[in-house]
Design a protein around this ligand. Structure first.
Ligand SMILES: [Zn+2]
Ligand SMILES: [Zn+2]
Length: 280
């Protein structure tokens, strides 16, 4: 029985795989479908669509939006949003600009600390429209300022460290509406990483379509708990590895999978939503 991995990143955000490598690796792992969910970006879609077609697997267009609820950073998975939807695309651009501004702020802070890493050096490492902290960390390592990415986060980039900088984030309820207006399906990513189920329950009241129950960092009991939460509320269940390529040893792709029927339900909801949007 073929399975689907509905959460993966490429070098169009903070992963290391190209779309072609991701598709090929998905086949190697025996997957029948793979979702591309780069952070605040759909830049890799066209190449990924083509690569999946060549490899004979199903491509699931997606993105992982960074939003906020109370003071928490909330990741929302958007599946099948219309790539030509003006408001969706202009918001992605806005999120990407906010990311770029943040890189400026972080490199300025690093320079003030005596670390001569420049904005351009980070952008060169990022080489995409959706730069983020992992790129700053990688640049710090590549330019010999830190021993490892872990080291870079611990010394400078974590929330309470001296080169951390805040980033504009859309409110979670507005992000959910944005995804749905674009005909997409909105799922809460890795709720277990929030470490606070009271916040998870609140977010589930904001009009979400689904919950990512299966994730590399969810324990067996968390999987069960979030499936139960989804079922109680009539929400869709999703899951995936959250593979970032070879950042941290062996790629995670295919290590967390869901049945194809779960994907069928997500696709079906996106289809009917788009139908409703064109009819209204
Ligand atoms: Zn995430
Ligand atoms: Zn992710």
């Amino acid at each position: 029985m073929l399975q689907a991995d509905l959460h993966a990143h490429t070098y169009f955000s903070d992963g290391t795989f190209s779309p072609e490598e991701l598709a090929a690796y998905a086949v190697k792992q025996g997957l029948g479908a793979v979702a591309l969910t780069d952070h605040d970006s759909i830049e890799g879609w066209s190449r990924m669509r083509e690569a999946c077609q060549k490899e004979g697997i199903r491509f699931v267009p997606g993105s992982e939006l960074t939003s906020q609820w109370r003071s928490k950073e909330i990741h929302l998975l958007a599946y099948y949003p219309d790539e030509n939807h003006l408001e969706f695309c202009s918001n992605l651009k806005k999120f990407q600009q906010a990311r770029t501004l943040r890189i400026h702020a972080m490199t300025e802070k690093l320079q003030a600390l005596g670390i001569p890493l420049t904005f351009d050096e980070v952008i060169e490492v990022a080489n995409c429209n959706s730069p983020g902290r992992p790129h700053v960390a990688r640049a710090l390592v590549e330019h010999g300022h830190c021993r490892s990415m872990d080291d870079a986060f611990k010394k400078y980039l974590k929330k309470d460290r001296p080169a951390w900088a805040p980033k504009f984030r859309i409110q979670a309820d507005a992000a959910i509406q944005l995804i749905q207006k674009a005909g997409g399906v909105a799922a809460l990513a890795h709720p277990g990483l929030l470490n606070q189920d009271s916040v998870v329950r609140e977010i589930l009241e904001l009009g979400l379509d689904g919950i990512e129950c299966f994730h590399s960092r969810h324990s067996e009991s968390e999987r069960l708990k979030y499936r139960q939460m989804a079922e109680e509320r009539g929400l869709l269940t999703t899951g995936g590895s959250d593979c970032h390529g070879r950042n941290k040893g062996e790629p995670l792709l295919g290590k967390v999978t869901v049945p194809m029927e779960w994907l069928d339900r997500v696709e079906e909801l996106a289809r009917s939503r788009k139908q409703d949007l064109t009819n209204s």
